[in-house]
Design a protein. Sequence first.
Length: 162
Amino acid sequence: MATTAPKKSSKFLKILLLAVLVIGISIAGTFILLKQFGGPLFAGAQTAPVPEKPAPVPKPIFLPLEPFTVTLNEPQSSRILYTEISLRVLNDESSQQLQTYMPEVRSRVLAELAKFNSTALQTPEGRAQLTQNLINALQAPYDARLTAPSISSVLFTAFVIQ
């Protein structure tokens, strides 16, 4: 019986060594194949465009103006315009500059409002023209040493003609 035990151990040891050798050859073959062909196969996956997060939308900066009451340019009658305006500016510097020069800002707005008559202001085209005129008037430099403020839009928050 002593002679059969070493033969069984020897046979089991040979099978175990053969299995380890097959696993080792398989792993080595995999590494060789990946080294030769895996670079281009996986390079495309690594350089695939990653969707970037969209840039955060900056918060809008609004500068509300005190209400305006203006006598409109009417030849036969006296019509009054009451309006509240908010300016949308592009940066804090523009907001600060407009606040610093607020008396001149209000004067420019009043001058533009007084140029219109009630018939023109009651049409969408007339209000669009007024908006563009206000942007042009308010974007003019307030001092020769300063850059013009950046105003993206003029918003009417109240608009009443009597």
